[in-house]
Design a protein around this ligand. Structure first.
Ligand SMILES: NC(=O)c1ccc[n+]([C@@H]2O[C@H](COP(=O)([O-])OP(=O)(O)OC[C@H]3O[C@@H](n4cnc5c(N)ncnc54)[C@H](O)[C@@H]3O)[C@@H](O)[C@H]2O)c1
Ligand SMILES: [Zn+2]
Length: 460
């Protein structure tokens, strides 16, 4: 009561693209009277009975929805069971004084006496803890919770309690990250740690050979969990192994690069590379949890930070907010929440998730023309963002200030034919993600315009 369910609920639903159900309001409509009146006339027990029927029916709806439960619904055991079985439950945190301030004078039957209200708050608190899968006190945190993402300083040290379930854990990392953060993760996993696995550093981890070796090394049963500690290369390969081992076991992403925390560990895409190209074999396999610890970024090299900032600027441009100006924990939280919501609305990349390709059509063309080793993804994305902004009729100073990309020296014709290949792969039409007045749009542009935007990114 007074936690903000009716305010935050519809906003969470909008961000996730799900309908919003306010159980108290629905109940009042059905009863044809207000809850205070019903309480007055029939008493709490009769009310709880009505509430039980409504809550369980809503929780059993076939399509996912965001549901605001009445504050006392958790007192009913069958509702608690249903929550455990069918819902991901977020406890909205509020301090008792604020909750009382919001509820007092609302006419709610259980908010008439301040000391009784506080006692009720205490009693219900334990039940809330029992059913809650996550806690949140703002919109981004609620969205992140729904996506299974936890952003918390020092989370690696608490990994043992943050890996869902009680199954055995296989920890995967590269030697560099393992050397820096591995020991803390292993200690935190304690008794649950079943095995430790190493993958090569960087893109070299994402091969069929590494996947096959990991399949052979794992000794997990279906209740086991793969935990991937590292950058996007490690989470991509370990996530793919988890998607396929025993036809799929749970996995937890523990991203340690900025790219990982704002991009690679969010959204459920896992992949390895084939000789024919990057990310050509993979699976959608949403991590049971992404444990994002911004403290791990303290050991990251400056070039690696800049790689991540390219995706941060991209995300900020898409969201229409200057995420790149925020201090680190908030920056990670806001970017991760933006991507998480988008991916929950379009989990299999069949629609609006395409906007995450802002700047990437150009970036991929430059990377292909340069050979992937000669231009980093971040630099190519920064350049691609310049082209996307120019074609959108926008200023480019943000990209210049934050990312300062220099043009790449590649063959113009090779870059152009790489971009044409991208077009063929997408059904023959070159559609670019651009920024309109209301946010991102996907549009076709005349070839000459696209070609000259690409040429501008290439050094003489
Ligand atoms: N699945 C997705 O949705 C998705 C999205 C974006 C990128 N990706 C993939 O992510 C990969 C790139 O990931 P990346 O940029 O995180 O790089 P990375 O995983 O290759 O790591 C880069 C380097 O940083 C080091 N490192 C990692 N964490 C560190 C830390 N905390 N301190 C010091 N060093 C650290 C690693 O040892 C490695 O040498 C690409 O393969 C890309 O395809 C996937
Ligand atoms: Zn990218």
């Amino acid at each position: 009561m007074g936690a903000g369910k009716s305010t935050l609920g519809p906003e969470v639903a909008r961000r996730l693209g799900r309908p919003f159900i306010d159980l108290d309001r629905d109940l009042e409509q059905d009863l044809g009277t207000t809850i205070p009146e019903f309480f007055e006339q029939r008493g709490e027990a009769a009310f709880r009975l009505q509430e039980e029927g409504h809550a369980i029916a809503a929780l059993r709806l076939p399509d996912p929805a965001v549901i605001a439960l009445g504050g006392g619904a958790v007192q009913t055991a069958s509702i608690r069971n249903e929550l455990r079985e069918r819902a991901f439950t977020v406890r909205l945190e509020v301090d008792p004084a604020t909750a009382w301030e919001r509820s007092a004078g609302s006419g709610r039957p259980l908010a008439r006496d301040e000391s009784e209200f506080h006692a009720l708050y205490e009693r219900r608190g334990e039940l809330y803890d029992e059913v809650a899968d996550a806690r949140a006190d703002n919109l981004d945190d609620a969205v992140l919770a729904a996506a299974g993402v936890l952003v918390r300083f020092g989370a690696v040290e608490q990994l043992g309690s943050l890996v869902p379930g009680d199954g055995a854990v296989a920890l995967v990392s590269d030697p560099h990250v393992g050397g820096i953060h591995g020991a803390a993760a292993q200690i935190a996993l304690g008794q649950r740690l079943a095995s430790v696995h190493e993958v090569p550093q960087g893109e070299a981890a994402k091969t069929a050979g590494v996947v096959e070796r990991l399949w052979g090394e794992l000794r997990l049963d279906r209740g086991g969990v793969v935990a991937a500690l590292g950058g996007g290369s490690t989470t991509d390969v370990a996530g793919f192994v988890a998607a396929t081992y025993l036809r799929g076991v749970d996995w937890v992403a523990v991203p340690t690069t900025l790219v990982g925390q704002v991009d690679a560990a969010i959204g459920g895409k896992t992949a390895i590379d084939l000789p024919q190209g990057k990310n050509l074999a993979g699976a959608f396999h949403w991590p049971a949890r992404a444990v994002v610890d911004p403290a791990t970024l303290e050991t990251l090299a400056e070039e690696q930070r800049l790689e991540g900032m390219a995706e941060v600027v991209k995300t900020g441009l898409l969201a229409g907010e200057q995420f790149w100006e925020l201090p680190l924990p908030q920056l990670v939280q806001r970017c991760a929440a933006y991507k998480a919501a988008l991916c929950l609305r379009d989990p299999h990349d069949e629609g609006e998730r395409a906007v995450l390709n802002l700047g990437h059509t150009f970036a991929h063309a430059l990377e292909a023309a340069a050979g992937y080793d000669d231009v980093t993804h971040g630099r190519a994305v920064a350049l691609g963002l310049l082209a996307a902004l120019r074609l959108s009729g926008r200023q480019t100073d943000v990209v210049e200030h934050v990312l300062a990309p220099t043009p790449v020296r590649v063959d113009r014709n090779r870059a152009w034919s790489a971009l044409q290949r991208d077009k063929k792969a997408r059904g023959g039409e070159l559609r670019l993600v651009l920024l309109g007045a209301e946010g991102p749009v996907v549009e076709a542009r005349p070839e000459a315009e696209v070609r000259s935007a690409l040429d501008e990114l290439i050094a003489e």
